[in-house]
Design a protein around this ligand. Structure first.
Ligand SMILES: Nc1ncnc2c1ncn2[C@@H]1O[C@H](COP(=O)(O)OP(=O)(O)OP(=O)(O)O)[C@@H](O)[C@H]1O
Ligand SMILES: [Mg+2]
Length: 360
């Protein structure tokens, strides 16, 4: 099995730069997820690794070998597409084995490999069916099976779950996680715009925006220590809350006392829904009015609007009775993130104790 290394990789479509100077190291056996908003270049980058798009400059290395000039079939990768791309007139068995047969692998070996993949994916009973006789989830498993039979060094997945309904998406996500542990040592690169998929599947997440890498790290690294406002807002559900502060001053005139060497550079603070704690009237740091209550069974996400019309969300216990339009005062507790005027995370800042001064 092999790792993948991208060095100074760029891609232009005509005069449009779509991938700008990307450096990524994916270790052998790692499950690496590229995540980012629509159009940020995830599929393009994956297709460049597969050899389906030419690389404008920089090098792509698979298993220590530079593959820029190799055909897709010589790279040791197998790709699973969002649209499955199955042959409609072939049975499941033939869909899975066809590529190998075309490469001259013996019929008996192909049969053996298909049977093994079908066992892993629990589709042994479907081998004689045609794609149109399958559900979306079953088709997706056939597409994954077609990749497995090729024993690739690197699996490449492009949004493989996005055509499935919500329930099946969760079930198939678990199957892909199991598959990764079953195929011990297989390197997987997985593209999604869904940060929950990224958080749940990845050993390593690469957050992309506009053709650039915003941050690379383990899921909990990105969640706990986002490098900038973009990553902070992208990773985690519900989204992180942000409030602009100008030298500690909130838009309503209250002042949060900030301490530490970088306190003067703080332009924005960020905090997750469980950091907003109701405080006694008149003693809070932030006041806000309830706009929407979402009941999830194990918790309530209560959405608020501040007097300066910023949206905040707080996690309340499931039995909390919260009336629309009620006004709450909040304290901030737990982890607070601080960002400068360019949106970069600042270390060495904290809220001073007795952190709020009243507006004058
Ligand atoms: N063949 C092409 N010619 C010109 N521009 C292209 C081509 N393919 C993609 N692009 C552009 O490159 C950018 C990145 O596209 P890409 O498909 O990689 O995005 P993505 O991150 O996979 O988005 P999505 O989540 O919507 O699938 C987009 O702005 C897209 O319009
Ligand atoms: Mg895409």
């Amino acid at each position: 099995m092999s790792g993948v290394t991208l060095r100074n990789v760029k891609k232009n479509f005509g005069s449009v730069e779509v991938i700008r100077d990307v450096d990524i190291t994916i270790e052998e056996g790692e499950f690496c997820v590229f995540v980012g908003p629509s159009g940020c270049g995830k599929s393009t980058l994956l297709r460049m690794i597969a050899g389906l798009e030419e690389t404008t400059s920089g090098t792509i290395e698979i298993g220590g070998r530079i593959v820029n000039d190799l055909n897709p079939s010589q790279r040791g990768t197998a790709m699973v597409f969002q649209t499955y791309a199955l042959y409609p007139h072939m049975t499941v068995e033939r869909n899975m084995g066809f590529g190998l047969l075309m490469n001259g692998v013996s019929k008996s070996l192909v049969k053996e490999k298909v049977a093994k993949a079908a066992r892993i994916l629990q589709i042994e009973k479907l081998l004689d069916r045609k794609p149109k006789q399958l559900s979306g989830g079953q088709r997706q498993r056939v597409a994954i099976g077609r990749a497995i039979v090729r024993d690739p060094e690197v699996f490449l997945f492009d949004e493989p779950l996005s055509n499935l309904d919500a329930e099946l998406r969760v079930a198939t996500r678990l199957e892909i996680a199991k598959l990764h542990s079953q195929l011990r040592g297989a390197t997987m690169v997985y593209v999604t715009h869904d940060q929950v998929e990224a958080m749940t599947l990845a050993d390593k997440i690469v957050v992309l925006r506009d053709g650039r890498v915003e941050q690379v790290g383990a899921p909990m690294d990105l969640y706990n220590n986002p490098a900038n406002v973009f990553v902070a807002g992208f990773i985690g559900s519900p989204k992180m809350n942000f409030v602009d502060v100008n030298h500690g001053q909130l838009p309503d005139g209250r002042v949060l006392r900030l301490d530490g060497p970088n306190a003067a550079s703080v332009a924005t603070i960020g905090f997750r829904s469980d950091s907003l704690k109701p405080a006694d009237q008149g003693n809070g740091m932030i006041s806000a009015k309830v706009s929407v209550v979402e009941r999830l069974g194990d918790a309530e996400y209560v959405h608020f609007q501040t007097p300066w019309e910023q949206e905040l969300v707080a996690r309340f216990p499931p039995e909390a009775e919260v009336g629309l339009d009620a006004t709450f005062e909040f304290e901030l507790s737990g982890k607070i993130h601080f960002f400068d005027a360019n949106g970069r995370a600042l270390a060495n800042v904290m809220l001073a104790s007795g952190a709020v001064a009243k507006p004058v």
